[in-house]
Design a protein around this ligand. Structure first.
Ligand code: ZN
Length: 299
C-alpha cells in the first residue's frame, strides 16, 4: 500500500467539495487556481461547472496547470419514461464522453439513475427492475461510443438510500455483474468507481474488490477505475449533503484503500464531500488544507 503520509501527490479534489462556500457558487476557475496554489495535482470536476466556465477555457486552465483529472462527473441517468427520454439521455451521455476526452479524464463516472422522475419528487413508476434493465441497455449502448473514443466508463454504485432517485446500482456486486456481462474480455473500457461513502457497509465489499482485480484464469487485471473518499458521520443529518471529512466518521478508509491497491488500483484518492452545514461553510483554503492533512493521516 502506498505511503500517503509524507506528501499529497495522490490527492485529487472532486470540485463539489469546495463549490458552494458560504452559499455562494464558486467559479470552477477559482477552484482550479486554489488547488494549484495548494500543490494539488488532480481534480474531478462536474459537468455543470465546466459548462458554466466553458469547456475550452477549462481545458486551457487544466493543461496550463498540468492538472490531471481523476474522473469526470458525471454521465448516467439512463432510465426514462419513453423512447424520446432514453434518446435524450443517450445523446447527453455521448456529449459527456466527448467532454471527458477533451479534458483527458481518467474515466467518465456513471451515476446510472433510478426511477424516472423520482429525482424531481414524482416517480413515474415503481418498477425498479425495469430501471435496472434500462441501465444495462444504456451502458451497453454508451460503451460502444466510449470505446471508440477510448474513454473508460466507471459505474459508481450508490448507497441503497439513493436507489429511487439517483442510482439503482447499489453494490459493487451489481456493478461488477454489469461489467462482466457487457465487457467479458476485461478490455479496460468498463469498470467501477469505489466511493467509500456508498459501499463501506457492504459485507461483500472485500470479496467484490478482489473480484474486480481478477480476470479469467486469475489474470491480474483491474476494473477499479476510481477511488472516492469522505466519511460517514453519526448521526448523518442529511441524506445527500452531510458527508464527513476523512477521519471524522466511522469508515475504515485505510483498510478499504489497502484492498483496492492490492487489487490493482494505483490512481488518485479523490476527496468528494458535499457538506451544507460544515465544509461548505468554510473558506476554500481551509477546506483544501484540511483535505491535505487528512489525506496524509486518515486515508
Ligand atoms: Zn463518488
Amino acid at each position: 500500500m502506498r505511503d500517503f503520509s509524507q506528501d499529497h501527490r495522490w490527492l485529487s479534489i472532486n470540485t463539489a467539495t469546495v463549490r458552494r462556500q458560504r452559499g455562494a457558487e464558486q467559479p470552477l476557475a477559482d477552484i482550479i487556481e486554489a488547488c494549484a496554489r495548494h500543490g494539488i495535482t488532480a481534480i474531478s470536476p462536474w459537468r455543470d461547472q465546466v459548462a458554466a466556465a466553458g469547456l475550452p477555457a477549462v481545458s486551457k486552465l487544466v493543461r496550463g496547470h498540468g492538472l490531471q483529472l481523476s474522473g469526470y462527473c458525471r454521465g448516467g441517468m439512463f432510465p426514462a419514461v419513453d423512447a424520446a427520454g432514453r434518446l435524450a439521455a443517450r445523446d447527453d451521455n455521448r456529449r459527456a464522453v466527448d467532454e471527458a476526452c477533451e479534458l483527458n479524464a481518467a474515466c467518465l463516472v456513471l451515476v446510472v439513475g433510478g426511477l424516472p422522475g423520482a429525482l424531481g419528487g414524482r416517480a413515474a413508476h415503481k418498477d425498479i427492475a425495469l430501471s435496472r434493465s434500462q441501465v444495462h441497455d444504456g451502458i451497453a449502448e454508451l460503451l460502444d461510443y466510449a470505446r471508440a473514443s477510448r474513454m473508460p466508463l466507471a459505474i459508481e454504485p450508490l448507497h441503497p438510500m439513493y436507489a429511487a432517485d439517483r442510482a439503482c446500482i447499489n453494490t459493487m456486486e451489481q456493478a461488477l455483474d454489469v461489467c462482466d456481462a457487457l465487457d467479458p474480455g476485461l478490455s479496460g473500457a468498463l469498470g467501477v468507481a469505489v466511493d467509500v461513502y456508498h459501499v463501506w457497509w457492504d459485507p461483500k465489499l472485500q470479496a467484490q474488490i478482489e473480484r474486480a482485480g481478477t480476470g479469467p484464469q486469475g489474470r491480474r487485471v483491474s476494473r477499479l477505475l476510481a477511488f472516492h473518499v469522505c466519511d460517514w458521520l453519526t448521526p448523518t443529518a442529511d441524506l445527500l449533503n452531510d458527508r464527513g471529512m476523512m477521519g471524522d466518521g466511522v469508515i475504515d478508509i485505510p483498510r478499504i484503500r489497502g484492498w483496492v491497491e492490492a487489487n490493482g488500483f494505483a490512481g488518485y484518492s479523490e476527496v468528494e464531500i458535499f457538506s451544507t452545514g460544515n465544509w461548505w461553510q468554510r473558506g476554500t483554503d481551509e477546506v483544501l488544507q484540511t483535505c491535505i492533512e487528512r489525506h496524509r493521516s486518515a486515508v
